[in-house]
Ligand binder design. Structure first.
Ligand code: NAG
Ligand code: NAG
Ligand code: NAG
Ligand code: NAG
Ligand code: NAG
Ligand code: NAG
Ligand code: NAG
Ligand code: NAG
Ligand code: NAG
Ligand code: NAG
Ligand code: NAG
Ligand code: NAG
Length: 415
């Protein structure tokens, strides 16, 4: 960009700098910050390209772009203690520094302040700067990430602050690491494949056949274990992974956006009575309510699902009070490993994975014997499918043969 001046005025060092950049190829730095027990508390591997706009001694303004090199030190970093936030400091070049401190709550951590401090005394990067000395610029980086997981993002994120633009990409980062080991990777939204628009909606009248709203580009959701208690202890047990697939969030554009429910962010409550059991899962932007009922006194089933999506101050609710699924006998639990799609409305589906529920008769907080869903039972389903297909084929062949014979006769007769 604007670094031609640098090359003219200071050709040799600039050439060395450029050469070293070329030799290093993709520049990325990788660092670990350790606590006094030698356990890693912050791990970071990322690439940052920085553009600084500065005033030159000819009173014009100029932009220079440079990457944070792979050769960095971490002096000044700390794991945090006594209410002090953990701090990652990356020093490079001639007193340039890039620092990020972190904050956490019970379930997530995030970046607090990203401060880039540049030294315009550096005659290689800022040969003609008007103001000499250290200048800091503060921005925000890193939204909430579940604790004990590693944030991973290959896509570029552009972070802008006064006079400084940073492109941050190829990030792998974890703070507040438990036990000095990296947790499981969480992929940023930008890296997730974009949802595919659904085919046109089926007419509401002929909607008994469940349409496939979208291909599923998401990972399988994380399993959550949920319990509801009453005065006598745990009365409802559920474990499952949940994914919502909806076109409600696309502001009338009919684009299906699946997203996973993260059990870490869920607050659970609900009620148990002799006749019904409800499980309410509440998250920042989603409230899901499952209502179970009894059928013939000795079977339970999922009768109703209510779901509310909160988007800022706006929200939409959808419900289906007419379900008849997840059925099992009252003295057992219902279990299904296969993914199941529950249609809540034309514009909202729930995909449930590895479901196990017991809304009645829970003893000692543990599941009773499982009644497996028929979907899971491949040993029965496959022979039935194969058998039915074969029978169908035979019928078709016989009919084709009969028609062929009759056509043959009449054809010859009319000629
Ligand atoms: C921490 O680890 C380094 C090398 O990994 C080792 O040299 C050092 O002695 C260790 N310190 C403690 C306190 O264990
Ligand atoms: C960052 O800068 C390096 C070297 O200047 C360049 O190779 C790379 O393509 C840049 N990356 C992005 C995402 O702009
Ligand atoms: C940003 O740049 C402008 C013009 O180059 C300058 O007046 C201003 O002081 C700079 N701001 C900071 C925070 O350096
Ligand atoms: C420097 O970058 C800023 C922001 O990206 C842009 O507005 C400005 O025009 C650039 N200046 C020069 C001299 O390229
Ligand atoms: C991070 O650093 C900024 C600037 O020093 C400070 O304002 C902020 O309070 C720090 N965050 C935490 C969580 O300590
Ligand atoms: C974090 O958990 C503790 C106890 O586990 C609780 O007292 C506190 O209110 C929680 N804080 C937040 C912000 O949820
Ligand atoms: C993170 O891991 C630590 C140690 O394994 C554990 O004590 C803590 O409860 C975990 N936190 C969360 C939110 O999973
Ligand atoms: C920058 O240079 C000025 C004099 O040219 C000096 O007073 C100042 O201490 C230097 N600052 C840094 C951070 O090197
Ligand atoms: C912590 O690390 C030790 C040794 O690496 C391991 O035995 C232990 O299970 C780990 N604890 C947790 C909670 O991950
Ligand atoms: C949920 O419960 C099952 C069985 O008790 C257990 O294996 C699993 O680790 C639990 N999962 C979570 C996320 O707590
Ligand atoms: C469930 O939680 C919500 C919000 O925290 C609360 O208003 C409601 O009373 C709770 N319901 C039960 C049955 O505890
Ligand atoms: C529910 O069951 C308990 C114990 O089985 C019984 O005492 C109570 O009367 C029942 N309540 C209703 C409304 O059926």
């Amino acid at each position: 960009m604007g670094d031609t001046g640098a090359m003219e005025r200071c050709a040799f060092p600039a050439a060395v700098l450029l050469l070293s950049l070329v030799l290093m190829g993709a520049t990325a730095f990788e660092v670990e910050i350790k606590d006094d027990k030698n356990a890693t508390c912050i791990y970071a591997k990322l690439s940052v390209n920085i553009t600084v706009q500065y005033e030159t001694n000819t009173s014009s303004s100029k932009n220079i772009t440079f990457p944070v090199p792979s050769d960095v030190t971490t002096n000044g970093s700390s794991c945090g203690s006594d209410g002090k936030a953990p701090l990652l400091v990356i020093n490079f070049g001639n007193s340039q520094s890039w620092s990020l401190n972190f904050t956490r709550n019970n379930s997530t951590y995030s970046g607090s302040a990203l401060i880039f401090t540049y030294n315009t005394n550096d005659t290689i990067l800022f040969p003609d700067a008007l103001r000499k000395g250290l200048i800091s610029s503060t921005a925000m980086f890193l939204g909430p990430v579940p604790l004990n997981s590693t944030y991973k993002c290959i896509s570029r994120e552009v972070v802008v602050s006064e006079n400084v633009t940073q492109i941050i990409y190829d990030v792998k980062l974890e703070a507040f690491m438990a036990n000095g080991t990296l947790g499981k990777e969480i992929i940023c939204d930008a890296d997730k494949p974009s949802p595919v628009p659904s085919p046109t909606q089926p007419s509401t009248t002929a909607s008994t056949a469940i349409p496939a709203p979208t291909s599923k580009p998401l990972d399988k959701p994380t399993m959550g274990n949920y319990t509801v208690s009453d005065a006598s202890g745990i009365c409802l047990l559920a474990s499952m992974g949940l994914q919502i697939n909806t076109s409600l969030l696309s502001e009338g554009k009919n684009i299906w956006r699946p997203f996973n429910i993260d059990p870490l962010g869920i607050k659970t409550n609900g009620t148990c009575t002799n006749q019904t059991g409800t499980l309410i899962l509440t998250e920042n932007r989603t409230i899901i309510e499952f209502t179970f009922a009894l059928k013939n006194k000795n079977h339970f089933y999922l009768e109703e699902v209510n779901i509310t999506l909160i988007n800022g101050s706006a929200f939409s609710s959808r419900q289906n009070q007419n379900l008849s699924t997840w059925e099992a006998s009252v003295d057992s639990s219902y279990m299904c490993h296969k993914e199941q799609q529950i249609k809540v409305s034309e514009d909202l589906f729930i995909n449930a994975f590895d479901v196990r529920v017991q809304p009645f008769g829970v003893n000692n907080g543990t599941f009773a014997t499982a009644q497996q869903c028929s979907l899971d039972d491949d040993s029965i389903v496959i022979p039935i499918v194969v058998g039915a297909t074969l029978a169908g084929l035979i019928v078709i062949i016989v009919i084709a043969y009969l028609i062929g014979r009759r056509k043959g006769y009449s054809g010859y007769q009319t000629l």
